[in-house]
Write a protein that binds this ligand. Sequence first.
Ligand code: CA
Length: 221
Amino acid sequence: MRILLVEDDDRLASALITALTRHGHGVVRTGMGVDALRLAGGVDFVLLDLGLPDMDGLEALRRVRRVSAVPIIVVTARTQERDVLRGLRSGADDYLVKPFRTAELMARMEAVVRRGTRPMPARDQVVTVGDVRIDLETRKVTVAGLPVTLTRREFDVLALLAREPGVVRGREEILDAVWGDPLLSASRSLDVHVAGLRAKTGRPGLVVTLRGTGYRLGTAG
Ligand code: CA
């Protein structure tokens, strides 16, 4: 598997990389939560330390979960049950409390993989809006049966809205989830991507703009 290791402790990280590599895994390592959001899309498994220098690990976890169903084990020095429960509720598949033996880590990872992929927040993998069909799993969109080619981010924006039709997503929330950056500097990008979605699908009503609030999935008008 390709594993993303989010761990700011160099000694622990290098010990884990050695162990994981010995078990035949490829490891991408970062010490920053912000990188986790960027890199989680390209890996098969995430090991996430909750104590990160740039953001709360639980926040990083929630952000990754908004856009990905990748298996995640949180690694924590926090022994408080409340934090562990928050981690599991925020979308972790399992947790390990430091210090732990690498054999224990391997066993937990195997168990998570064996259990299979967690369902995405959407009840259905395919969301249909009029004649627009959005497949959240295969990332394919069709309009009236014909495929529409969207960029990765156009699809991510659409998928975020489609996962919970009717729910309004704030601009910052979308920027955060899709770009990993809630700052206004990326705001124009969001407008451009929404315009692209409307133009490419030929369904301007598919994404509804709520002035000053955000966006939600609309109708295929
Ligand atoms: Ca740490």
